[in-house]
Design a protein around this ligand. Structure first.
Ligand code: ADP
Length: 206
């Protein structure tokens, strides 16, 4: 019951969607973006991103789901990494997961509100995860992100989506040759709606 990359449809804006785009069209990004609604642990791709905590030893939400699906060896490797700072990213093997690697990043806690620090940390999570994925020794060409910080960490999803899409768009503008697919994995129907509404602003079509 895994989803291979071929089973994850490419997202393409429909004509008329892109009237209010914030970025010009970049045809080099065609075919590289997907919106996947479901469990990130089912994706049989090069790497999935984990919304971890500073200890990297597992937690609730998507972190708990990833550790359960990967099995105890993931926690063993994570323990050898001595934690991770907010906004940074560290890569491990995927063990029992269908994904080859897990990129663990630590989102900002935003239960006290979103300021410049939280905004920068969230962008840094996405940027550093992309950089870790494409670092030459990792050679990850397909990558899926969950909605980092918008669960237990309390970052408002309708604000996060703009930071996420802007960061990925800016990274891909510079490094489109390094990745075949970036998948936005949404788990809640409300997040699916937010991404459907905002993707055309950052990845406009024809
Ligand atoms: P954080 O602590 O960074 O807020 P959470 O795991 O609490 O992380 O939530 C992040 C997002 O991950 C939320 O949108 C949540 O609905 C989603 N999520 C939870 N389980 C999964 C899963 N198995 N696959 C993908 N996304 C998931």
């Amino acid at each position: 019951n895994y989803e291979t990359l071929d089973n994850v449809p490419v997202w393409t804006p429909t004509a008329g969607d892109s009237g209010q785009s914030r970025y010009p069209r970049n045809e080099k990004l065609d075919g590289k973006i997907s919106l996947y609604s479901g469990d990130i642990t089912k994706l049989e791709i090069d790497a999935i991103v984990n919304a971890a905590n500073n200890t990297l030893l597992g937690g609730g939400g998507v972190d708990g789901a990833i550790h359960r699906a990967a099995g105890p060896k993931l926690k063993q490797e994570c323990a050898s990494l001595h934690g991770c700072e907010t906004g940074q990213a560290k890569i491990t093997c995927g063990y029992g997961l269908p994904a080859k690697y897990v990129i663990h990043t630590v989102g900002p806690i935003a239960t006290g509100g979103v300021g410049e620090q939280e905004r920068r940390a969230l962008r840094s999570c996405y940027r550093n995860s992309l950089e870790t994925a494409t670092a030459s020794q990792n050679a990850v060409r397909s990558l899926a992100f969950p909605c980092i910080s918008t669960g237990i960490y309390g970052y408002p999803p309708e604000q996060a989506v703009h930071e996420v899409l802007a960061t990925v768009r800016e990274y891909l503008d510079e490094h489109h040759d390094k990745l075949d697919r970036v998948i936005f994995c949404v788990f809640l129907p409300t997040d699916k709606e937010l991404y459907l509404k905002n993707l055309p602003l950052y990845f406009p079509g024809k």
